[in-house]
Design a binder for this molecule. Structure first.
Ligand code: C2O
Ligand code: CU
Length: 501
């Protein structure tokens, strides 16, 4: 996985206005992904703890993407849904009001919370039925850039996602503005729903029984080869054939590139970008025209600051970057990796006069080296204490496009055997991607360390890549581990991680 490669593209933005973000608190938040990540706190607030409350209505609505109007499901009437913001150590009480014609739930992606608030029906709660409410109560222990989405079916590929930002009470800030940038691939309401997309993927894969193990495991039935021209013309390194779905639109903060969100600032100002890939099936290459970006965090955890021209972002990953702005109008581009239709996602940063670049702009930065996030180095404070693993388990990502089967360890979720761990162990998960596609692997309830010490909760594994990841088993419960391609996850590329005594 050690390649900085050529193709690139990507963007992001969600303007939250300027202003120093120097929160203060005497609570002693557990802080910046430090090695001393504290215990996950309970389901009730402690005396003196700040409580942040919010209600979210999941409902059918019509969204204007900046031209195209689409019927979809969203949290309220905006896309992305409403930002939730708190300070590390705060207690969150978030009420989901299900006005959808379907079961739903909310998963707080990346947050180390107690098991009952994790939002995975069948593992941590019953599904929230139409007309019902469910209250999620948890402490957000660690600062960082997160988001939330349902954990039911392929609902993530509708409009059901929104950013969740946890501020660091100990961070000095040191920038003039902060913009949240949420990237997405969009199909809902354009002639087919995500549920129909999944049905079509399964139908196109042939009629083999989903319980058959043919094509799984080992090297058989590699998905990547079946995409024909799309894969071969634009796939290549490092991610091979990276997606299954053809999308008509790519969005930055809910808008198509013809009507981009515009962020205003002054030349010379320093801006923190918090970029979230909320897409279901799309790896983006992100670049800001005319600028280098200094990556400071990934998945909430601080890294040794790294200047890049462009970076790859897998589904479910987050990156924070600092940029010092020049004068003019600049494109923030998120270009879908290995997809040849649907254009790209775009935002604009305006600090002066000038003509806005068009929707198809290709910033020079996309043609240079592109950072592969797993090559970042961890900040000292983000490292796990040195320790050799107490236990090791194998996790094989398996499957194929034809038939459309995805699995972990020999069988789809529900038929595979959950991984187990004992509280207190340092667990090594030996992840092996046995397919010719790239998969963003996501772990609930914990963060893990790569061999470099880099701390993440979602990591891209390229075709046939092997990667050991280590975690400290400090959060008892039943947790999901899965590919964050929502179609792969729903087709079975998921497994449990259960605490046992
Ligand atoms: Cu964002 Cu289980 O996922
Ligand atoms: Cu996958």
């Amino acid at each position: 996985m050690q390649r900085l490669s050529r193709r690139a593209v990507l963007i992001g933005g969600l303007g939250l206005g300027a202003g120093a973000l120097t929160a203060c608190s005497t609570r002693g938040g557990r802080g910046s992904g430090s090695a001393a990540l504290g215990p996950v706190s309970a389901a009730t607030p402690s005396p003196g703890q700040t409580v942040v409350e919010k209600s979210l209505s999941a409902k059918p609505t019509t969204i204007d993407l900046g031209g195209p109007k689409v019927a979809t499901w969203a949290y309220g009437d905006t896309l992305p849904g409403p930002l939730i913001r708190a300070t590390a150590g705060d207690f969150l009480r978030l009420t989901l009001d299900n006005q959808l014609p379907d079961d739903t739930s909310i998963h707080w992606h990346g947050i180390r919370l107690h098991n009952a608030a994790d939002g995975v029906p069948g593992m941590t709660q019953d599904p929230v039925k139409p007309g019902q409410k469910f209250v999620y109560e948890f402490t957000a222990p660690d600062p960082g850039t997160y988001f939330f989405h349902p954990h039911v079916g392929v609902q993530l590929d509708r409009g059901l996602y929104a950013p969740l930002i946890i501020d660091d009470p100990r961070e000095p800030g040191g920038y003039d503005a902060e913009w949240v940038v949420v990237l997405d691939d969009w199909v809902d309401g354009t002639g087919r729903t995500p549920d129909e997309v999944l049905k079509q993927l399964i139908a196109a894969g042939g009629s083999a029984s989903p319980s058959s193990s043919g094509g799984m495991g080992g090297m058989g039935g590699m998905g990547g080869m079946d995409h024909g021209a799309m894969g071969s013309s634009t796939g290549a390194q490092p991610w091979g054939d990276a997606g299954d779905v053809t999308y008509p639109h790519f969005l930055l903060n809910g808008k198509v590139p013809a009507a981009p969100e515009t962020f205003a600032a002054k030349p010379g100002q320093k801006v923190r970008l918090r970029i979230i890939n909320a897409a279901s099936d799309t790896i983006f290459t992100v670049a800001l025209g005319g600028h280098k970006m200094t990556i400071t965090h990934t998945d909430g955890h601080p890294v040794v600051p790294q200047e890049v021209s462009a970076l790859y972002m897998g589904m479910g990953e987050r990156y924070d970057a600092i940029v010092t702005l020049g004068e003019g109008v600049f494109p923030l581009v998120a270009r879908p990796f290995a997809k040849t239709s649907g254009g790209q996602a775009l935002g604009l940063i305006r600090t002066g006069a000038g003509t806005a670049p068009g929707p198809d702009i290709t910033p020079a930065e996309l043609g240079g080296q592109v950072l592969i996030g797993s090559q970042l180095q961890p900040a000292e404070s983000a490292k796990l204490p040195a320790k050799s693993p107490d236990a090791t388990v194998q996790l094989n990502l398996e499957g194929s496009m034809q038939p459309y089967h995805w699995a972990i360890n020999g069988a789809p979720f529900g038929k595979n055997t959950p991984l187990t761990v004992k509280a207190g162990q340092r667990l090594r998960i030996n992840v092996m991607n046995m397919t010719m596609m790239t998969h963003p692997l996501h772990l609930h309830g914990h963060t893990f360390a790569l061999p470099s010490g880099l701390r993440k909760d979602t990591v891209l594994l390229g075709p046939m890549e092997q990667l050991p990841i280590d975690l400290d088993a400090d959060n008892a419960g039943k947790w999901a581990v899965h590919c964050h391609n929502i179609y792969h996850a729903e087709a079975g590329m998921m497994i449990g991680l259960n605490y046992v005594s």
